[in-house]
Design a protein around this ligand. Sequence first.
Ligand SMILES: [Cu+2]
Length: 319
Amino acid sequence: MVRNRNLLPLSLALAIFALLFASCSAGNSDNASTTATSTVTPPPTQTLKLVPRPQKILDLMKARGEQDEAKPILKIVSPAKDAVINGSTVEVKLNLSGDLKGYMPHKDPATGKGNHIHVILDNQPYEAYYELGQPFELRNVVAGKHTLRVFPSRPWHESYKNDGAFQMATFTVKGGGDASKPTTTNNGQTVANNNSATNQPAPREGKDVSASTAGDVDPSKPLLTYSRPKGEYKGEDADPIMIDFWLNGTKLKGDGGEYRVRYIIDDDDAKYIDKWEPIWLSGWINGKHTVRLELLDKDGKPVENGGYNTTSREITVVK
Ligand SMILES: [Cu+2]
């Protein structure tokens, strides 16, 4: 009896304490209940780390000689500025000049790699264009106004960033393609040209594009063009992965300007790029990831320009 009497206040105090603690922790965190009941192993978390330019790319640069110091000038010959195109196939013709130092787009049949042009319709992912001798066909382009952006790229998809390398044009398609037609990924190797019944010499490079229309882009305003990453990354290509973009009409903080590029991977905290150059991130885990790039002004606010200055892309990592 005596012992019980002594223990009673203690157990009461413990009970009250437990009650208080439970209500506190429940109020503290939204996922307190899931934490308490979950017994499964949490999914692996991804911690990305900024790493220097990979050695394998440094080796490629060395092997290319002077090419990396080239100052390619790219001009859109077709579609002509503000052209009106009848039908759903748009032929893109480009003229490459400038101080090329041996730079020439071409796909090496052995490796499937080589210098190429990034061709961007509206704000879709870029398409790679290798052989400038014949036009690149954008197929199934829907009716309406469109924007085309092009710039030269290296075999590892890093863009040339000199003046004149980037070109943009707007054009309008009348008639146009079927918006409900699914995008195909056969990158022009086997698709027949349905515009012509006569004999075509060889299948052209091209792409059945997704339905999209131009943003209301003002070429005189700052413009961020998302380039990489894109698509699927396998094996050693998945570590590290490069982020690369084109920038018009502004300078970043680290280059003497006031703007910043913000990037957000999946649900991670925002990070910033303050110099206009590619970055490489290491530590990707298998699966789908979203990469979001945004141009911010000096007050940290997104810069509006036709909706193109904020772009989110999904990529897939398969190690
Ligand atoms: Cu590329």
